[in-house]
Design a protein. Structure first.
Length: 252
């Protein structure tokens, strides 16, 4: 008799973030039970206070690595998991926590003054994306993530896929959607350098891209800065906007 195939064991871990991406997964009410029916959900701190199990197959990580303890956690998750999925900008690019500079002690002092809480100061480190600490197999970008994108990536992790991952910049999707360019209105937009794949949702709603999907491999930062300068937006404004979701990559 053939051995019955074991249901993949999945754990969710939350690091430095608002937990909005994990919460957003629960917004697919019509399909959530179908998704959960495909996995053995071993650990999810949003739903249970049970400790992290020792054995699992897939680790889903939200949040930036901001402490030595968090770094040890992601290394442990990597050792135990056949596949690691990061969800959201904080995990993928260090996100908002990544706006901290290399002088992290000075940044903490600017926020807390002389009363830095011990829980914050102990083991604090310059915020990093998860991929800067361990190898990551799959990534669900944006802030917050699209829950349907998460389901698709989870399917890839569980069953395999040769689907092409978007690498072009968002500008192409804006043109396909027949949206006018914000730079023609002297308005800053990071679609020039941001990875495509979200369908240009923000520009479709009349809002410029803020770069939450991370930098495209095809991004030309210097040329984008020239466009910002030529259109009256300004290079300083462009670089300042980049720091919100892409500071570590820009700093590198």
């Amino acid at each position: 008799m053939a051995e019955e195939k074991r249901i993949p064991r999945v754990v969710f871990a939350g690091l430095a973030s608002c937990f909005g991406c994990q919460i957003n997964i629960t917004n697919i009410e019509a399909h959530l039970m179908e998704v959960l029916g495909q996995i053995d959900l071993r650990y999810w701190q949003l739903t249970s206070s049970d400790p992290m199990p020792e054995e699992y197959d897939v680790a889903v990580i939200e949040g930036a690595v901001t402490t030595e303890e968090a770094e040890a956690t992601v290394r442990q998750l990597r050792e135990g998991a056949a596949a690691v999925i990061t969800i959201g900008a904080c995990a993928a690019t260090a996100g908002i926590p990544g706006m901290s500079t290399e002088d992290h002690a000075a940044d903490l002092a600017m926020v807390y003054g002389d009363a830095i809480p011990a829980v914050v100061a102990q083991g604090a480190a310059i915020p990093k994306a998860v991929k800067d600490v361990i190898e990551v197999d799959f990534e669900v970008p944006c802030c917050p993530i699209d829950p349907q994108d998460f389901v698709e990536v989870l399917q890839h992790a569980l069953y395999g896929s040769n689907a092409y991952r978007h690498s072009s910049t968002l500008c192409g999707q804006c043109k396909n959607n027949e949206r006018g360019c914000f730079y023609g209105r002297e308005t800053l937009c990071l679609g020039l350098v941001t990875r495509s794949g979200c369908g240009a949702r923000c520009p479709n709603l009349g809002r410029p891209c803020n770069g939450c999907a991370g930098l495209s491999p095809d991004a030309n930062l210097e040329q984008a800065r020239r466009v910002a300068e030529r259109t009256g937006v300004g290079v300083d404004a462009f670089d300042s906007a980049l720091r919100i979701f892409n500071q570590p990559e820009v700093r590198a």
